[in-house]
Design a protein around this ligand. Structure first.
Ligand SMILES: Nc1nc2c(ncn2[C@@H]2O[C@H](COP(=O)(O)OP(=O)(O)OP(=O)(O)O)[C@@H](O)[C@H]2O)c(=O)[nH]1
Ligand SMILES: [Mg+2]
Length: 460
């Protein structure tokens, strides 16, 4: 267990992975960081601006002098909110360890697991959900878990919760303002309005919780939806994966209307592929348009419900980049807890290359189909519960707090409906706000901090 508010000392640790690499770095944070670097023989050239100094540090026998590039953040304007330093040198563990030892010899202390991130958190650089996401990045075992962790870092969870908490606090303020004027019978917010707003909040909380819940569902059948513009090659791809002509393929854009569902086995998983109509904005009102509009909405639903979405873009189209961008935007807009895979279609020419995360495929030559199958399998392994322990831990912790907040809001609604005094309502709202605060770390306890940060590896 670590002391929570002990942020005065200057801490040091190796910052780069222990696997062999060309370059390595150690990291320091604390009020004396710059002074310690000076004691190592490196002279900073500014005490105000982040800057970089190339020099050498004498590590004694047998290592002697090693070249070091020092990145210095002399003020509080750093990741940890304290003067910070990174010393970059050869990626050799003995050298990096000696550099740490040398720093300790002149005043630093060895960092404990997660201590850098904890300082960033305490400095308000990250909220708790983001801090846990950093943890997720550190021990993400698969690319999928990494993506998830990064998405969370971008505020996937913390932003909506923080917004909700803000609304709740506003509401609380109204309710409490009313309490001061009970005798005069002044209400700052009407009961009807209060219940309506609280109900919306409870709903939105329950939705967020469901999304977290989805992560650990023990499902036997998984759904994959193919999404993309008309003629992207979605139906062809599904046929190729299934090994039979299940969906109609033509060179006419807008061939697929109904959602065509095809079940198959991928690795150990039973999956249902849903082929959908190409994404189109339908404006007119002809019978044809009306059919297409229904097709669009069915496709949208299939995409929404899918565990994995395969976004297909025709690589030969001259607007490939634009289309790819469009799909990315759509994916972000309609983001659920599903995983997105990126499929470049019609890569018949072996010389045709795409950058990851795009997977080059061709149903004509069979290229990339096995890679795609493997990506799907890996993604399924991830969503089916092979998340890294940290991500599972985050989800479990957040679920608990969300549920408690939801129950407090329900209780508040009960009090309003029952005509009970608003002081009961306000106390439930307070409770709800503090539970939500637990998710984002706005209200934190030593216990939570310990639980979160002691799981980090040293140097992060
Ligand atoms: N050369 C080549 N053509 C392909 C490939 N995949 C699909 N096509 C062609 O692209 C055209 C459209 O394919 P579909 O599979 O119908 O496309 P879709 O995305 O399902 O189209 P909609 O249903 O209209 O949205 C057809 O003429 C296919 O033969 C491929 O890998 N290589
Ligand atoms: Mg089709």
């Amino acid at each position: 267990m670590m002391g929570v508010v002990e942020v005065g000392e200057t801490i040091v640790a190796i910052a780069t992975p222990s696997t062999p690499a060309v370059r390595g770095a150690i990291r320091m944070s604390g009020s004396e960081a710059i002074e310690i670097v000076r004691r190592l023989g490196i002279e900073p050239t500014s005490h105000a601006r982040p800057h970089c100094v190339d020099d050498q540090v004498d590590l004694g026998e047998p290592l002697g002098r090693v070249p070091v590039r020092a990145l210095l953040w002399p003020t509080a304007r750093s990741y940890t909110g304290q003067p910070s330093v990174e010393l970059h040198t050869y990626g050799s563990l003995p050298i990096l360890q000696s550099l740490v030892d040398a720093s300790i010899a002149v005043g630093a202390r060895a960092a404990r697991p997660g201590e850098f991130t904890m300082r960033a958190f305490l400095a308000g650089r990250l909220d708790l959900a983001q801090a846990e996401a950093v943890l997720g990045v550190i021990d993400a075992e698969s690319r999928g878990a990494l993506d998830h962790a990064l998405r969370q870092l971008a505020g996937n969870l913390s932003k909506p919760i923080e917004r909700l908490r803000g609304e709740l606090l506003d509401l609380l303020a109204d309710v409490e303002a009313g309490l001061d004027f009970v005798d005069e019978d002044i209400q700052f917010i009407e009961d009807g309005q209060l219940t309506a707003r609280l109900t919306l909040m409870a709903e939105s909380l329950s939705k967020t919780r469901e999304q977290l819940e989805l992560r650990r569902e023990d499902k036997s059948n998984w759904t994959l939806a193919l999404r993309g513009l008309p003629n992207a090659g979605k139906s062809s791809l599904i046929n190729a994966m299934a090994g039979r002509d299940a969906a109609i393929v033509t060179d006419v854009a807008g061939t697929t209307r109904d959602v065509v569902a095809i079940t198959m086995q991928i690795g150990d998983f039973d999956v249902t592929f849903a082929d959908t109509a190409g994404l189109e904005f339908v404006e007119g009102d002809s019978p044809e348009d009306q059919i297409m509009r229904v097709a669009q909405s069915l496709g949208g639903r299939a995409g929404h419900d899918a565990d994995i979405r395969l976004w297909c873009v025709d690589v030969n189209h001259r607007d490939f980049i634009v289309h790819a961008d469009q799909m990315r935007r759509l994916a972000n807009e309609k983001r659920r807890s599903s995983i997105d895979l990126w499929v470049a279609t019609k890569c018949d020419d072996p010389a045709c290359l795409v950058e990851p995360p795009w997977i080059a495929t061709s149903v004509k030559t069979g290229r990339g189909l096995e890679t795609l199958r493997q990506s799907i399998e890996r993604s399924l392994e991830q969503v089916s519960g092979n998340d890294s322990a940290s991500v599972v831990g985050t989800a479990a912790r957040c679920r608990g707090s969300l549920l408690a907040a939801e129950q407090a809001i329900e209780a508040a609604i009960g009090f309003v409906r029952g005509g009970d005094g608003h002081e009961y309502v306000s106390s439930e709202l307070r409770l709800a706000a503090s539970f939500l605060g637990e998710v984002t770390g706005a209200v934190y306890t030593d216990d939570i901090l310990d639980r979160v940060f002691s799981r980090f590896c040293i140097g992060k």
